[in-house]
Ligand binder design. Structure first.
Ligand SMILES: C[S@@+](CC[C@H](N)C(=O)[O-])C[C@H]1O[C@@H](n2cnc3c(N)ncnc32)[C@H](O)[C@@H]1O
Length: 260
């Protein structure tokens, strides 16, 4: 069992891969619905461990191109293909090139950025005429729902949410995405959301546990929870039991730039 004092090697890569494993099936459904096809030029922004960039690179083929963009691209080591270019880029200071992409996709990115509405507008401008934008953002408030009720886990969920606010992120941005997307002026095509119920002690619960482990030092430092309390919450997530909680809700919205 993983313990706060003994983190696994590279837990951030494991965490990114587990977030992707939970959320990629829905992302791929949306990409299929949009109709991504051979020859497209795509930007995967905030690409994380690169699983969707890899999927896109397989889909667009030899004549297509994928730009996998991340401020910290080291977790994409090993994600390589002739049509895939990994770019280290801070999307808040270096925008995507205007009028360039058939598809721009991001997942769980904008909620972390202070200037998220401007960046969303730049994604819309980066589309070619007829190009598609797919944005997926989380609402982490769903993790407060625990059954059977656990004041400790609810307190940990509240601490995570408060920490996000303090750090300039918007933990409920998923719910704001739809009106923000409409303000871009793109043609709205669809929206959906997904979440998973995860049980204490299951491999899926590791994703929630790793997120808590990542933020635990900051949460205790600013006094949102004591270290012992965080460790008790961590144990409750990892010990097999009937305790179930929801993952963050991921809200997806997609749309299209008008043809010229
Ligand atoms: C929560 S992870 C999500 C990763 C991936 N989209 C997924 O859903 O599996 C957010 C990613 O965005 C990247 N990121 C954060 N701020 C960024 C910025 N300003 N420019 C580019 N990438 C950024 C992080 O390094 C991280 O890989």
């Amino acid at each position: 069992m993983q313990h706060l004092a003994e983190p696994e090697a590279d837990p951030e890569k494991v965490r990114l891969e587990q977030v992707a494993a939970l959320t990629d099936p829905a992302t791929i459904r949306y990409l299929e619905q949009i109709g991504v096809r051979e020859g497209w030029t795509c930007a995967e922004v905030g690409a994380g461990a690169g699983s969707i960039a890899r999927w896109l690179s397989n889909r667009v083929g030899h004549f297509g191109k994928v730009h996998a963009i991340d401020i910290e691209p080291k977790y994409m080591e090993g994600v390589t293909a002739p049509n895939l270019e990994v770019r280290q880029q801070d999307i808040t200071t270096t925008p995507l090139e205007a009028g360039t992409y058939d598809l721009v996709h991001c997942k769980i990115l904008l909620m972390h950025l202070a200037d998220r509405e401007r960046v969303l507008g730049e994604f819309a401008k980066a589309l070619k005429p007829g190009g598609y934008l797919l944005v997926e953002e989380a609402d982490i408030r769903s993790i407060q729902r625990v059954d059977p009720p656990s004041p400790l886990l609810t307190r940990a969920a509240t601490a995570l949410e408060t920490f996000f606010y303090f750090g300039g992120a918007d933990p409920g941005y998923g719910m704001k995405l739809l009106p923000a997307f409409r303000r871009t002026g793109l043609k709205f095509l669809g929206t959906d959301c997904q979440l998973t119920a995860v049980q204490a002690g299951s491999p899926e619960m590791q994703t929630v546990a790793l997120s808590l482990a990542k933020l635990a030092p900051m949460i205790t430092k600013i006094g949102l929870m004591g270290r012992k309390e965080v460790e008790a919450a961590f144990d409750q997530l990892q010990q097999p039991s009937d305790t179930v909680l929801y993952t963050p809700i991921t809200v997806a919205v997609w749309g299209q730039r008008a043809e010229d």
